[in-house]
Design a protein around this ligand. Sequence first.
Ligand SMILES: Cc1cc2nc3c(=O)[nH]c(=O)nc-3n(C[C@H](O)[C@H](O)[C@H](O)COP(=O)(O)OP(=O)(O)OC[C@H]3O[C@@H](n4cnc5c(N)ncnc54)[C@H](O)[C@@H]3O)c2cc1C
Length: 372
Amino acid sequence: MISHLSRNRRDRPTVIFYWGGHECINHRGQAVNRTNSCLHSSDEEMSGQKTKIRKMNIAEKLRNTKETLFSFELLPPLKGDHIEAIYSTIDPLMDFRPSYINVTYHREEVVYKKRSDGLLEERSVRKRPGTVGIVAAIMHKYNIEVVPHLICGGFSKEETENALIDLHFLGVDNILVLRGDPDKSIRMFKADPDGHENAIGLLQQVMELNKGIYLDDDIVNNSETHFSVGVAGYPEKHPEAPNFDSDIRYLKEKVDAGAEYIVTQMFFDNRHYFDFVEKCRSAGINVPIVPGLKPVSVKNHLNILPKTFGVELPETLSKEMEKCADNSAVRQLGVEWTTGQAIELKRAGVPSIHLYTMGKADNIREIVNKVF
Ligand SMILES: Cc1cc2nc3c(=O)[nH]c(=O)nc-3n(C[C@H](O)[C@H](O)[C@H](O)COP(=O)(O)OP(=O)(O)OC[C@H]3O[C@@H](n4cnc5c(N)ncnc54)[C@H](O)[C@@H]3O)c2cc1C
């Protein structure tokens, strides 16, 4: 059951990396590392001929890696905080050579402010803006692949197209396409009147743009984008899905529409991941499935994580958390638990392990140090 995970890759035609005519991927879809620079982006002289090298996108890396990679996810800082908050999360993790970094996107939220006359006023506030700027800043400072999340919530199709153009101009080729969390005040997801209801609609828009098809058919220069898209998957089922089968069916639709890999929601029992991969494979979903892990770090994760993400904490973990005298004991327990999960997943040959930092680097550093 486990051993087929890393072998189960999409059949793909040979990919040409050099427009100069040098192949870097063989007919089986495996990378052939002819030169060290083959996997990196640069212009270089080869055989006296100027040759442009296209770097591997994330999906290609995941399909071709022989070892388990490591990546992590960051949240933009709360409005008013400095970008240094982001750098102080990244810096301690760079020693472990992450393959890429994800940056989440947060829609606006409805908040109620008390006016001077005592009445409440409804306001729409984006508490964590800055995803695109952060992506550019990280790429510039660390020269690393960065994957912005793009969501449906709060975006019209036109705004989505403009955001994609911004990312394309910045040289961002990898995105994670999501529906987005519901507005906390409503709890039900509500799309923009001219936006997408589900991730698949957004994904289809990205795929159209990759073919040079813009919303306005009067556009004259239909330049194509080159986005490689990942999507979310839920080893314990998406909380709103009526059943697992329908959730997997919609996931397959996303893959059939062009998603090249899946990143999972956090889980605390690897059995959920292995079963999920098996379900996906039986349904004909053959793209890499990257497990997402989050270490518990505070006592109230006991209630918040199941409630917010619809995930289960195994009884052994929840009992140990209850016994913890304080949050520093929970943090230590979280490090040990996630390390155990990551070691087992790595042994099973998963393409990558994706760690949710939630703005904390110290516990993630301890885990990565033990696993990689
Ligand atoms: C790795 C990861 C990263 C995330 N990053 C962010 C982020 O940056 N910002 C953010 O706001 N949220 C983020 N989320 C949370 C995510 O937005 C929510 O879980 C959201 O509720 C669902 O997103 P989705 O892309 O999976 O949605 P979808 O694929 O659209 O699925 C949502 C629900 O609708 C169902 N469904 C799908 N397609 C259809 C269809 N055609 N018809 C009917 N039903 C359908 C599915 O079964 C599921 O129940 C992330 C989640 C994960 C796992």
